[in-house]
Design a protein around this ligand. Structure first.
Ligand code: ADP
Ligand code: MG
Length: 256
């Protein structure tokens, strides 16, 4: 299988069992929305897939490999979270370029970060610039490449974070409420861009949202989570027309 495979993942924080054996496959090219009430464990699951957090038991596969014990930088995933951090002293182009520059360096070379890091040989620079321009193009940032984050709107900054995520052409995207800081009209427009980026990349995308309409319009399948368990995973039509459980029906707001 290529894509993302989550197998029987459990996680406890202190006395709280946050994930109770979650299994979910996201195929290459598939967009799965993860929805559920606040505190049900969505972000914890995303952090485990990203490698920021370790599961107590269970496995994570990305592409063909078991990445359960690999560090975030060694998993072929790109993450976009609600609170994204851009480097304030770098331009838009340099911010987008960071993952490409980092990839070419080993851990020791990364230490004196972000000065000489972004310059390299002329050839490497040229290839990086092409990738940066392609990512910027996809998100309508071409005219803003020389600006710094302080000179951008919130929506533009979130696009830079998205461009930075796609620049490495990862196998998998993990997005945790990436649009929730944007105003309504920008949110709808950026939805389309995210789906387009996902399609062009042919990636497996796992996308957390608390916005049911976002889930129903963007996703190939919707995974409904509650209390650390997946209640139902199905197409938006099936979830809406035939919720398997009263909790799903209540959460999705279906007429049943
Ligand atoms: P969601 O993203 O669905 O809102 P989270 O995964 O953020 O939910 O949180 C699920 C539960 O785990 C919550 O009860 C939260 O307080 C708890 N939790 C999350 N991270 C930690 C942590 N690092 N330490 C202790 N408890 C945590
Ligand atoms: Mg969350």
């Amino acid at each position: 299988m290529s894509g993302i495979r989550i197998q029987a993942v459990t996680k406890r924080f202190g006395a709280t069992q946050v994930l109770r054996g979650v299994s979910l496959d996201v195929a290459a090219g598939e967009f799965v929305a993860l929805v559920g009430p606040s505190g049900c464990g969505k972000s914890t699951l995303m952090r485990i897939v990203a490698g920021i957090e370790q599961p107590d038991s269970g496995r994570i596969m990305i592409g063909a490999g078991d990445v359960t014990h690999r560090r975030p930088g060694e998993r072929d995933v790109a993450m976009v979270f609600q609170s994204y951090a851009l480097y304030p002293h770098l331009t838009v182009a340099e911010n987008i370029r960071v993952p490409l520059a980092l990839r070419r360096l080993n851990a020791w070379q990364r230490l004196p970060l972000l000065g000489g890091l972004l310059r390299g040989t002329a050839d490497a620079q040229y290839l990086m610039d092409q990738d940066v321009r392609r990512a910027a193009e996809a998100l309508g940032l071409r005219a803003l490449l020389d600006r710094r984050p302080a000179q951008l709107s919130g929506g533009q900054r979130q696009r830079v974070a998205l461009a930075r995520a796609i620049v490495r052409r990862p196998k998998a995207f993990l997005m945790d409420e990436p649009l929730s800081n944007l105003d309504a009209s920008l949110r709808v427009q950026t939805r389309r861009e995210i789906v387009e980026i996902h399609r062009q990349a042919g990636a497996a995308t796992l996308y957390v949202t608390h916005d049911q309409s976002e889930a129903l319009t963007m996703a190939d399948r919707v995974a409904v989570m509650q209390g650390g368990e997946l209640l139902q995973v199905a197409t938006p039509e099936a979830i809406y027309a035939d919720p398997q459980d009263l909790r799903v029906a209540t959460f999705i707001g279906s007429p049943r």
